[in-house]
Design a protein around this ligand. Sequence first.
Ligand code: GLC
Length: 441
Amino acid sequence: MDRKYSAEFRPLLTDRALQVLFSNRIEFATKPAPSLYPHQWNWDSAFIAMGLAHVDQPGARRELKSLFRGQWRTGMIPHILFDPEASKYFPGSDFWNCRCCPDAVTSVETSGITQPPILAWAAHQIYSVSDKSMAALEFLDSIFDYLSHYQQFFRQYRTVGDDGLVCIIHPWESGLDNSPCWDPVLENIESAAELEYKRSDTRLVSDQERPTDRDHSRYAGLVELFRNNGYDQRAILKTSPFVVQPALFNTLLCIDLDALIRIGSLLGRPTAESQEWRSQLKNSLNDKLWDETAGFYGDFDLVNQCLIRQNTIAGYLPLAGEIPDEQRARRMITTIIDASTFWPADGYPVTTVAMTAPEFDPVKYWRGPVWININWLLIRGLRAYGHNDSARELTDRTVDLIENHGFYEYFNPFSGQGCGTDLFSWTAALLIDLLAEVERR
Ligand code: GLC
């Protein structure tokens, strides 16, 4: 057996990961990284809780619960809950000014958009690896309504028409902020405000690895538009130039619905509506977002009424939610493991953008580098379709990558060199989960 998986070595690696998480703790939660991301982020906390659950159940529960402090009256859980102790971040709470919206929470400052919904999934994972005691069930019971309200937010405010697919209104909601998938939509935003502002990210990380100023000004311009609309969801959907139904976001929602259904059955709560919605979503992903010519799933641009077809790994991640049938899955997996697309033979799989795509850049944020949460999702997808050898290889190379190059935010797929920030929380948390999975097998 590989040294890193030996009984002496595995706990050492888990311990190093835990130290990263502990060093990023703030009062209620864990920040994603020491300086670059000094607040609490929505889906980061979910990933963190999923890793912590193996070694620190109370910590995992606290991590998840602390997000509900930020839930708006609409059910939305914002993508950032600001830590009042940390001020050097742009765009901060003043820029968002969510107080102008009567639906916003008032006890904590937050952003006015959300992120991929994976909180019920995290809650279910916390339970699955627990001792399944009464206390573990009580934890689920205490958060069920918040989780359900969050999913209902998407149903009520983010579905357009009757296909059940939900839309996002900002690239930051996708979690894949700088993905080339958003380029064709951003290009049409001619009137992005020329704002006087100071980016905080490029003071901390090389600008080679970050989005361009032009794109950043468009991101900020969209926030300005939301603010001018008082964060009224319906008004925003009518006026925003960025309204997209992404394949990955909807896949994650499917997984999250599935988790809530499981939690509901443990607690004896009704889940018929969630079951119906989940199967509608699965059908719509396959009918509306599958691109037969390209062989992967696209994202639907509702403003321009067209499918966005950038060859990024996100288009293949419906595998993680068992969305495609066997035939489509086989076709996608053949593409992914090809050394000329996403799986460099001498480097580290998988790239976030196909190496053959013109937008591919090995060090730029979401435009090529390896991200640990993406590998983690893909491992789940490969396993779901019985591709256990590829799943194992991807696990091994992901563990190697972190062991050899550190707990970075993202990595150059050829050299393994870390990019973005070091000491990144979800890299640490998902490593703990991968090592626990290795122990089980
Ligand atoms: C970056 C990522 C986003 C993440 C955030 C905090 O913006 O794109 O997905 O939530 O950092 O880690």
